[in-house]
Design a protein around this ligand. Structure first.
Ligand code: URA
Length: 172
């Protein structure tokens, strides 16, 4: 069954970054800027994501960035369950190809879709989840940080935790 979002979007926004990345960053869905450019996280939330990655010495090209939905929902509304269900096979394929060693889920849409959990952000943060054998961390979505800058400190803690797990895995 074809997803109706295909009819309203401009671009199919698959993903960007390093196809051999150890870390895969997964957001929610393309917004207006992403839909126009065909690339994930290129608008304001994306600029903040770049800074968050840089805070743990990662460049965007060190990681692979994508979204749960590959097409923009009209007016940036939250993805519907039917949409995440029909788009998920693309994500499965991406994960199979990239074989990340870690996943960072940004926001509850990504976390709930990946982990099949309905828990709150407070409950999900700070622990290592298991997505098909891949250690997965959850943190706030950068768009939420633009609205709630007081959460930046929490995201900084989460990405520092990711960095420590990553360095431990690399043996450095
Ligand atoms: N928000 C997302 O979840 N993904 C993007 O690509 C841009 C904004």
């Amino acid at each position: 069954m074809k997803c109706p979002l295909g009819a309203t979007r401009t671009s199919f926004v698959f993903g960007s970054g390093n196809p051999n990345a150890d870390i895969m960053v997964i957001g929610e869905a393309p917004g207006a800027d992403e839909d126009a450019q065909g690339l994930p996280f290129v608008g304001r939330a994306g600029q903040l994501l770049t800074k968050i990655l840089e805070s743990i010495e990662l460049q965007r090209d060190d990681v692979y960035i994508c979204n749960i939905l590959k097409c923009r929902p009209p007016n940036n509304r939250k993805p519907l369950v039917g949409e995440t269900d029909s788009c998920e096979p693309y994500l499965w394929k991406q994960i199979e190809l990239i074989k990340p060693k870690f996943i960072l889920a940004l926001g509850l849409t990504a976390a709930h879709t990946l982990l099949k959990s309905g828990e709150t952000m407070t409950a999900l943060r700070g622990t290592v989840h298991n997505y098909q054998g891949i250690p997965t961390l959850v943190t706030y979505h950068p768009a939420a940080l633009l609205r709630n800058p007081e959460w930046k400190k929490l995201v900084w803690e989460d990405v520092k935790f990711l960095r420590s797990l990553y360095q431990e895995a690399k043996g450095s």
